[in-house]
Design a binder for this molecule. Structure first.
Ligand code: ZN
Length: 216
């Protein structure tokens, strides 16, 4: 069983994919992790990736496909995969289909967390982080109190990259890159849209029901 998970920044994609990994024993693949792992392995490809990233360039689709194929080819090492933040463009989506076919696999379903942009901007910009212990709170729906946080309130800060402009840019980029892929999966009839504005547990309940209903 292979699943692709889409969701704009702030939609809680990380939280949901962690739950799926835990309950269904899937292996999570994100390109960031793949690249980091390869660099840490100290392979010659890892060295090449490191120099590309250090120069501020984007790692090519070919290299990413290579890394993904290394995992797909080793079918004993996983039960199924959840792809997080990949595919990032239509070309990658098509390559992924080709690779999966090669190993007699397919994408079982694509989950897309749908959110309201203004609500997400509000959610992200109202996030407070404790600079002392790293705990995350929210000015509105998860306030830091004496009961849940022992540091002095003066340590609570808004993260510098959490300003509205940055969030809007990330949203725009996400929409521009993801819309064509979403359409691609709608055409394959495997896209499932989920209302990402619901509470975390309710979102996960729907995800569970979808995954439970898959035959592979
Ligand atoms: Zn703290």
């Amino acid at each position: 069983m292979n699943i692709v998970l889409f969701g704009p920044p702030g939609a809680g994609k990380g939280t949901q994919s962690d739950k799926i990994v835990k309950d269904f024993g899937l292996t999570k693949i994100s390109t960031g992790d793949l690249l980091r792992n390869e660099i840490e392995k100290g392979s010659s490809l890892g060295a090449k990736i490191k120099s590309i990233i250090d120069e501020g360039n984007l790692v090519s689709d070919d290299i990413i496909n290579n890394l993904i194929e290394n995992i797909l080819g080793n079918t004993n090492s996983y039960k199924g995969i959840i792809f997080d933040g990949y595919p990032r463009n239509l070309r990658q989506a098509q390559s992924l289909d080709t690779l999966l076919k090669k190993y007699n696999q397919k994408i079982s379903c694509v989950l897309s967390l749908e959110v309201n942009k203004n609500a997400i901007i509000e959610r992200i910009t109202s996030r407070l982080i404790c600079s002392k212990c790293g705990s995350i709170f929210n000015k509105h729906f998860n306030k830091a109190t004496k009961d849940n946080h022992s540091c002095d309130p003066k340590f609570l800060i808004t993260r510098s990259d959490d300003n509205i402009k940055t969030v809007e840019n990330r949203f725009e980029t996400y929409n521009k890159e993801t819309m064509p892929i979403i359409k691609y999966y709608i055409n394959q009839n495997i896209l499932k849209e989920i209302d990402g504005m619901q509470k975390i547990d309710q979102i996960y309940k729907e995800i569970r029901q979808i995954i439970d209903s898959l035959d592979t």
